[in-house]
Design a binder for this molecule. Structure first.
Ligand code: ZN
Length: 466
C-alpha cells in the first residue's frame, strides 16, 4: 500500500512536470531535451553504480579537477545519453503542434498538480525529492543551503582553553540507530557484541537522548547544548573547536551524507573526508554500504604525524535499509528482510536483520580498537538515537517510541591511556549503569583529553565520580 501510494505520487509529479513544459511548444523544445540529457546522466549512474545525486556529490563535483570529472566519462554512458537525445529529437520532430484553447487553465492545473506532488513538503511527497528529475532541484537547493550554514559565523569561544597532554588519540564514533537494549553486553539474550566483550569495553546502558532523528540529535550531542539550553545546538560550535584550539589534528570521516543540520561541524575539522558519496536511503543493494569502508581513511588519519589527534567517524551503523549495512558472514540471525518496505517484512525478519547490523558494528569497532591498542588512545561511541522495532506499532525512528530515546554508548581505553589516567577505568565502571542525558558527550570527551574550558559541568562528565 505504501509502495503503491509512493509510486503514484512519483508518477503524478513527473507527469505534472511534463504537462507543464508541454503547454508551450517553444518551451517544450528547449526544456525537454535539457531535462532528458540531465536525467539520462543521472539514471546511468543510479543504475550502473548505485549513485544518486546529493548535495555532497555536487560539492565533490565542484571540488574535483577537470581530469577527475572526465574520468567518469565512459563509452556506455555516452551511448546511453546519445540514444536518449536522438529519441527526443525524433519525438520533437513528429510531435503534432498543440494549441490548447485555454493555455492559462492548463498552466494552472499543471502548476497546482506540481505544487502538491513535488514542491509542498509533506511526508507523502518526501520520496519525490530523491527521485530523478526532482533530485536535481533539491540537491542544488540543499547544496546552497549547506554552503550558507558552513559560512555562517558561529563565535569561537575556545579562547583560554588549555590542556597538559602532549600525546593522545581521541576517537569519537558517531553511531546510528543503535538501541542500547539490543547489545549482548547490556543483557540482550542474543550474542550481538562478541568481539567488543573481549576488548573490555565499558557500556553505558542508561543514556537518555531527548531527540529521535539524526538531524536534531547530532548537533545536540556535539555542542554544549543541554536540556536547559537546547538552542545552543544551532548557534554554538562543537567540541572539535576546543580540540583544534589545543593543537589536535582533527578528522571527520563520514559514511553518511552531511545534512544541513550538522554540516557546520563536519567543516570544523581540519580534514573532512566522505566515504560512499552519493549513497542515499534509497540504496537497496545488500551488503554494499559498510562502516568498514572507512577503515583505510581511518588508517591514514591514525598514522598522521601530529602527536595529538581527534578522529571522528560518522557511521551508517544500523540505519534502515538494514541489509545494506553488514557483510554476508554477519547474517547470523535469519530469516532476514527481502523487501524494501517495512510492512512487507515480518517482525522476526526485521529484528533479525537489525541484529545482524549490530554484529557488523561490533566487528567495525573491534577493528578500530585493534589499531589503537598500542597507542595512548580513548574511543567513545554514542549512537545518535535508538530504533523502534515494533513497540506499539512503531518502526525505525523519528517517532516518540521509548527505545528510540535510549541509544547505545560504549567507551574503550588503551593500556597506556589507563596508566596516564589511573582512576578513569574504575570510575567509568562505577558509572556505567547510571542515568546520563546525551548532553554528557560534549563535556566528557573534553574531560577524556583533560581539556579545560570555561564551560564546566561535572554532573555531565562520565569520568567523574557520581
Ligand atoms: Zn540517525
Amino acid at each position: 500500500m505504501v509502495l503503491v501510494s509512493q509510486w503514484m505520487i512519483v508518477s503524478l509529479s513527473s507527469f505534472s512536470l511534463l504537462y507543464l513544459i508541454s503547454i508551450n511548444k517553444t518551451v517544450f523544445k528547449i526544456c525537454f531535451p535539457i531535462l532528458v540529457f540531465l536525467c539520462s546522466i543521472l539514471a546511468y549512474f543510479r543504475f550502473a553504480i548505485g549513485i544518486s545525486l546529493t548535495p555532497n556529490l555536487l560539492q565533490s563535483a565542484f571540488d574535483n579537477d577537470l581530469k577527475t570529472s572526465l574520468d567518469l566519462l565512459n563509452l556506455p554512458l555516452i551511448v546511453f545519453v546519445l540514444v536518449n537525445i536522438i529519441m527526443v529529437i525524433i519525438l520533437i520532430k513528429i510531435r503534432k503542434c498543440i494549441h490548447p484553447f485555454y493555455p492559462k487553465i492548463h498552466l494552472t492545473i499543471a502548476g497546482i498538480l506540481l505544487f502538491f506532488t513535488a514542491i509542498l513538503n509533506t511526508r507523502i511527497t518526501a520520496p519525490v525529492q530523491h527521485r530523478i528529475p526532482f533530485s536535481i532541484a533539491y540537491s542544488v537547493k540543499n547544496y546552497l543551503e549547506n554552503k550558507k550554514v558552513i559560512q555562517s559565523n558561529r563565535p569561537d569561544i575556545s579562547k583560554g582553553t588549555t590542556t597538559e597532554i602532549d600525546t593522545l588519540t581521541v576517537v569519537y564514533v558517531q553511531g546510528e540507530s543503535l538501541r542500547a537494549d539490543h547489545l549482548h553486553v547490556n543483557g540482550y539474550t542474543r550474542q550481538t557484541t562478541p568481539l567488543l566483550e573481549q576488548d573490555s569495553i565499558i557500556s553505558f546502558s542508561n543514556i537518555y537522548n531527548p531527540y529521535t532523528t539524526t538531524d536534531q540529535s547530532v548537533p545536540y550531542i556535539l555542542t554544549d547544548a543541554d536540556s536547559l539550553h537546547p538552542d545552543y545546538a544551532n548557534s554554538h560550535r562543537s567540541f572539535i573547536n576546543y580540540f583544534n584550539h589545543c593543537d589536535y589534528d582533527s578528522y571527520w570521516i563520514a559514511n553518511q551524507e552531511p545534512a544541513t543540520a550538522f554540516i557546520y561541524f563536519t567543516n570544523e575539522a581540519d580534514h573532512t573526508i566522505h566515504i560512499n558519496n552519493g549513497k542515499t536511503v534509497y540504496n537497496f543493494e545488500p551488503y554494499s554500504w559498510l562502516d568498514t569502508q572507512m577503515d583505510s581513511t581511518f588508517d591514514v588519519a591514525l598514522n598522521g604525524r601530529a602527536s595529538k589527534k581527534l578522529i571522528i567517524l560518522h557511521a551508517i551503523g544500523s540505519h534502515w535499509w538494514y541489509k545494506a549495512h553488514y557483510t554476508p558472514d554477519k547474517e547470523v540471525f535469519r530469516p532476514v528482510i527481502e523487501s524494501r518496505n517495512v510492512p512487507s517484512s515480518s517482525t522476526e525478519q526485521l529484528i533479525n536483520t537489525y541484529d545482524n547490523t549490530i554484529l557488523e558494528t561490533d566487528f567495525f569497532l573491534d577493528g578500530l580498537i585493534q589499531k589503537l591498542k598500542n597507542k595512548k588512545a580513548v574511543l567513545i561511541y554514542l549512537s545518535d538515537h535508538g530504533e523502534a522495532l515494533g513497540e506499539n506499532g512503531h518502526w525505525l525512528h523519528g517517532t516518540d517510541a521509548t527505545p528510540i530515546h535510549h541509544p547505545a554508548c560504549l567507551v574503550w581505553m588503551s593500556d597506556s591511556y589507563k596508566k596516564e589516567f589511573p582512576t578513569y577505568y574504575d570510575i567509568l565502571n562505577a558509572n556505567k549503569n547510571k542515568y546520563f542525558n546525551s548532553a554528557f558527550l560534549f563535556h566528557s570527551i573534553l574531560d577524556a583529553a583533560k581539556i579545560k574550558t570555561r564551560i564546566f559541568a561535572p554532573q555531565l562528565i562520565i569520568f567523574r565520580p557520581h
